[in-house]
Structures are given as structure tokens and as C-alpha cells.
Design a protein around this ligand. Structure first.
Ligand SMILES: *[C@@H]1O[C@H](CO)[C@@H](O)[C@H](O)[C@H]1NC(C)=O
Ligand SMILES: *[C@@H]1O[C@H](CO)[C@@H](O)[C@H](O)[C@H]1NC(C)=O
Ligand SMILES: *[C@@H]1O[C@H](CO)[C@@H](O)[C@H](O)[C@H]1NC(C)=O
Ligand SMILES: *[C@@H]1O[C@H](CO)[C@@H](O)[C@H](O)[C@H]1NC(C)=O
Ligand SMILES: *[C@@H]1O[C@H](CO)[C@@H](O)[C@H](O)[C@H]1NC(C)=O
Length: 207
């Protein structure tokens, strides 16, 4: 497949009757599929408490478009994002360009845009960093990726390119990868500053 095959279709849908149940179900259905190298059925849902701002939608589109190219390069042409559905809450104005949500829901979303979660962003004076809620560890899909709207709207993103950042989070989400650095906030019980290699008896970087 050549890079010219990378095509990302973004469909924006709106929820009319929004039922918000507990998002943190342990095993969660997801419609993501990998077929012919393309990830399809990815759902990004905006929480009803997020203030209406069309720029958020534009940024999500651009982030996935860039991430598709980053993923394609990083996996040596093995995968890219084929289509993404953005679920707009019923607290936002309706728009003729929006489709019906079919069975997409906030609870089932792969990526959520919502206000800060104090569990992962305890300091209210610091910008909430994106995170991926893990449950089952390596090789298993996580619950969801969380971005705050403030993080997405920041004109100078803290961690640089949003597309690269999304691919990093996608590694946690889809493949259950762990961070290659110690995460004091997300993993307070098990984080390690260094890795002690019992064979060489040397401390090395966390991996
Ligand atoms: C939504 O419906 C499609 C087609 O019926 C199905 O393949 C998919 O798994 C469903 N998604 C969820 C999150 O239930
Ligand atoms: C995404 O692509 C899959 C696989 O080609 C297709 O079944 C699905 O209908 C597409 N979804 C949207 C929202 O375009
Ligand atoms: C959307 O967010 C941007 C960046 O924070 C801001 O400049 C703009 O005024 C907001 N637009 C609306 C309609 O609130
Ligand atoms: C992916 O690789 C192509 C070809 O080398 C390059 O043009 C493109 O900028 C790369 N994309 C990213 C996001 O790095
Ligand atoms: C509907 O959405 C489009 C594309 O995001 C935007 O350009 C347009 O201003 C929106 N229309 C209304 C009435 O909000």
C-alpha cells in the first residue's frame, strides 16, 4: 500500500437523547476494527458538559488525520485510521451536516473529550494531560483515551504534535502498552523510576 491510500473519513453525528451511565465499565464494547490495514469504527465522543465550540471538532479531525500518517509511518505501512465518528452532545446546537448517531454512544466511545478527571489530573492549576485508562494490561484493549477540551484548544500543545501524541495514547488503548517512562500519577503503586537489570546488575531506563 502506498501513502496515497491513506484516506480518513470523518463523520460527525449528534446525540439527541443522551443517557450518561457509568463510563467505567470493566469490559466495554468497542466497534473498532482493523481491516485491510485500516482502523475503522473509531468513536470520539464529546461530553455534554463541554462548552460548545466548533474548533474542538476541527482539532479532532486534524489530530486523527495527522495521527493516521504517523501511525502509517511508524508501523511501516501496516496501519492507518480509515474512519472516525465524532459524537456531538445534545447540549450543542444542531447542524444540518450532522448524521444520526446509530449505535455510537458516549459509554462505548474509544476517545472521550471531557472535563478533567481528578484521579488523573489532581492539580487544578496544572493543565490536565491526556491519559488512557488501562484495565487489563499488555496486549488488551483499554477503556478509553481522555482529552480535556482545554488541552485540545491550547494553541501551543504541551507535548507537541497532537497526531503523535494520539498514536502514543493509541498504543496504550489498542495494544495495552505501558509507558516507557515512570508515571507517578497514573500508576502510583507500581511505577519504577529505574529498571534494575538482574543480569547485568545495573540500573537502566524504565522500559
Ligand atoms: C454498532 O453496530 C455495528 C453494525 O451493526 C456493529 O458492527 C458494531 O459492533 C456496533 N458498535 C457497538 C459499539 O456496539
Ligand atoms: C468505516 O469503514 C468501515 C469498513 O470499511 C465501514 O464498514 C463503516 O461503515 C465505515 N463507517 C463510517 C462511519 O464511515
Ligand atoms: C473556541 O475556543 C477557542 C480557543 O480557546 C476560542 O478562541 C474561541 O473563542 C472559542 N469559540 C467559541 C465559539 O467559544
Ligand atoms: C510519513 O512519511 C512520509 C514519507 O517519508 C513523509 O512525507 C510524512 O511527512 C511522514 N508523516 C509524518 C506524520 O511524519
Ligand atoms: C455546521 O457545521 C459546519 C461544519 O463544522 C460549520 O461550518 C457551520 O457553521 C455549522 N452551522 C451551524 C448553523 O452551526
Amino acid at each position: 500500500m502506498s501513502a496515497a491510500c491513506i484516506f480518513l473519513r470523518v463523520v460527525i453525528v449528534a446525540v439527541f437523547a443522551c443517557s450518561l451511565k457509568d463510563v467505567a465499565a470493566l469490559t466495554k464494547p468497542s466497534s473498532v476494527q482493523l481491516k485491510d490495514n485500516g482502523y475503522s469504527g473509531v468513536v470520539v465522543a464529546i461530553h455534554p458538559d463541554v462548552e460548545e465550540n466548533g474548533t474542538v471538532i476541527e482539532i479532532i479531525k486534524n489530530m486523527f488525520t495527522e495521527a493516521s500518517s504517523v501511525l502509517f509511518n511508524a508501523t511501516r505501512s501496516r496501519s492507518y485510521f480509515k474512519n472516525v465518528t465524532i459524537l456531538v452532545p445534545d447540549t450543542w446546537a444542531d447542524n444540518d451536516t450532522y448524521d444520526s448517531p446509530k449505535n455510537a454512544s458516549f459509554e462505548g466511545a474509544d476517545v472521550i473529550i471531557a472535563t478533567r478527571n481528578p484521579r488523573f489530573a489532581p492539580d487544578p492549576y496544572q493543565q490536565a494531560a491526556p491519559y488512557t485508562k488501562h484495565y487489563e494490561g499488555c496486549g488488551r484493549q483499554a477503556a478509553h483515551i481522555h482529552f480535556t477540551p482545554e488541552f485540545l484548544l491550547d494553541p501551543e500543545p504541551t507535548y507537541g504534535s497532537l497526531g503523535r501524541l494520539l498514536v502514543h495514547e493509541w498504543g496504550h488503548y489498542r495494544w495495552g502498552l505501558f509507558d516507557e517512562y515512570p508515571d507517578v500519577i497514573g500508576d502510583p503503586d507500581f511505577y519504577q523510576e529505574y529498571y534494575f537489570d538482574p543480569e547485568t546488575n545495573l540500573f537502566e531506563a524504565t522500559r
